[in-house]
Design a protein around this ligand. Structure first.
Ligand SMILES: *Cc1c(COP(=O)(O)O)cnc(C)c1O
Length: 459
């Protein structure tokens, strides 16, 4: 038997079957695979990724999706509803992110397929909006998401990587100021970053961007739909939205704390002109005049409908209520970390916290937590592990289980401090580069995801 997923239970399709399978059989298989996989996160022990975790909510979104799942939102004459959904999703997001403060420009937005999509469109917009004599560059804090580097790679924009303060994890402003030149099109800050859950000094970055006459993109992919409510609830989070002078665009993922289905994000622009500069048109194509607002061509109107449905159903009070539970749970879980002298929280986190140890490899803690069912995210330089608190962690008993399991994990780490950590080999930092081995490792991970068809037994 190959290791191919579910090969022991279901027919494996190496070719398109000549005769189709009955719908009930297909649906039963799908239901069974979903039911087998959902327990990996339903108990609340998985960091991030399942932001809402509420099956009633997912059923509601699926119903909203079903009304338009087959509609191409590019053909607007056939689906004026898409114009309503998209316009309202953008307007509500702009409003949430402080666009009312923009009195001299016309704010605008774009719905994209995810955080990486929003970031890519932002990088493209800055490149197109500010023609440079040399190769354009942007400056990103080391902690900013890899999607910026990916976009730079795709669009020929150099990413200058600014170091961060090891204690606060926040970007080194002097370094940024020293590295702006005539080809710099924009700066980047995160609110908050994925690794540590910390918020860069957006006010200072905005002042610098204004002073140099360049843009500032704030990556709110993770925080955009939860930090505004954290601020309302009184948590100590500095302003990061369009109310901060100098902020020219913000990405915010509806498919994370927006509690929508996977596959949407919103990119907000302080000024419509910036967005419009990344439009693509081909007006003299024999197939007809072509234009699309972003990189995608056909897009599912169902995702627009479901995103809209999530937002109008939850409303501010719904998002605030969820944020309140998440921030409170995160605080409880952080307190458990702080109760151990051998653990150190990185910087001033928010709903997402990260910790390391100066006494032992913190991946020893992770090794133990895995035996208790926890699925944390791993970091490097220094080795650290993080928990992005989502709604599944707010269920009764989860934070208490965290405190108990963490205490046992710390005891385990102290007792085994001279042994190598198992999970560290996969997630931890590799001393001294090792780029060739890393290359082999990454390709193996990709092959594991993409090339399993080669392990399907021949008929
Ligand atoms: C998730 C994330 C992204 C990228 O978003 P995808 O939806 O995974 O493409 C970018 N920035 C931050 C801070 C994120 O957490």
């Amino acid at each position: 038997m190959s290791g191919f997923p579910y090969a022991d239970r279901y027919a494996v399709h190496r070719t398109l079957p000549e005769e189709g399978t009955a719908k009930e059989v297909v649906l039963d298989e799908l239901a069974a695979m979903s039911a087998a996989e959902n327990p990996t996160w339903e108990g609340g022990q998985c960091s991030g990724t399942m932001y809402c975790g509420d099956h009633d909510h997912y059923d509601y979104l699926n119903e909203a999706f079903s009304h338009f799942s087959y509609v191409n939102s590019l053909q607007r004459d056939m689906c004026p509803s898409s114009t309503k959904f998209e316009a309202e999703v953008i307007a509500m997001t702009l409003d949430l992110l402080g666009a009312a403060a923009l009195t001299e420009t016309t704010p605008a937005g774009l719905v994209t397929s995810g955080g990486s999509g929003s970031i890519a469109h932002a990088v493209l917009a800055y490149r197109e909006h500010r023609p440079t004599s040399g190769r354009p560059n942007m400056i990103k804090p080391e902690t900013a998401h890899p999607a910026f580097s990916k976009a730079g790679h795709l669009f020929g924009v150099e990413m200058r990587i600014a170091p961060v303060d090891p204690a606060t994890t926040l970007v080194d402003l002097d370094w940024v100021a020293d590295h702006v030149d005539e080809n710099t099109v924009a700066l980047i800050g995160s609110a908050c970053n994925y690794g540590y859950g910390t918020v860069d000094p957006i006010g200072d970055l905005g002042a610098l961007a204004l002073d140099r006459g360049i843009g500032l993109h704030v990556d709110g992919c993770l925080g955009g739909f939860i930090l505004p409510f954290g601020r309302e609830l009184g948590y100590d989070i500095a302003p990061f939205d369009f109310s901060v002078p100098g902020v020219t665009s913000i990405s915010a993922d509806t498919h994370k704390y927006g509690y929508a289905l996977k596959g949407t994000s919103v990119l907000c622009f302080a000024d419509k002109a910036l967005r419009n500069d990344q439009y693509f048109y081909l007006t003299d194509w024999s197939g007809g005049k072509y234009c699309s607002p972003g990189m995608d061509g056909s897009r599912s109107a169902g995702l627009l409908a479901a995103t809209w449905a999530a937002m109008v159903h939850l409303g501010r009070s719904g998002y605030r209520r969820y944020a309140e539970q998440i921030f409170a749970t995160s605080a409880t879980m952080q307190a458990a970390v702080r109760s151990h002298d051998s653990l150190r929280i990185m910087g001033q986190p928010s709903f997402l916290f990260s910790f390391t140890s100066d006494e032992y490899d913190v991946y020893l803690v992770n090794d133990f937590l895995r035996t208790r069912g926890w699925r944390m995210n791993g970091q490097q330089y220094p080795n650290a592990i993080h928990m992005a608190v989502t709604r599944p962690q707010t269920q009764p008993g989860v934070a208490e289980k965290w405190a108990l399991d963490l205490a046992d994990a710390v005891e385990f780490a102290l007792a085994h401090k001279d042994e190598p950590a198992k999970s560290g080999a996969i997630y931890g930092g590799v001393a001294g580069g090792m780029s060739e081995e890393a290359d082999v490792f990454i390709k193996a991970v990709m092959a594991d995801m993409m090339d399993q068809q080669s392990s399907i037994p021949a008929p």
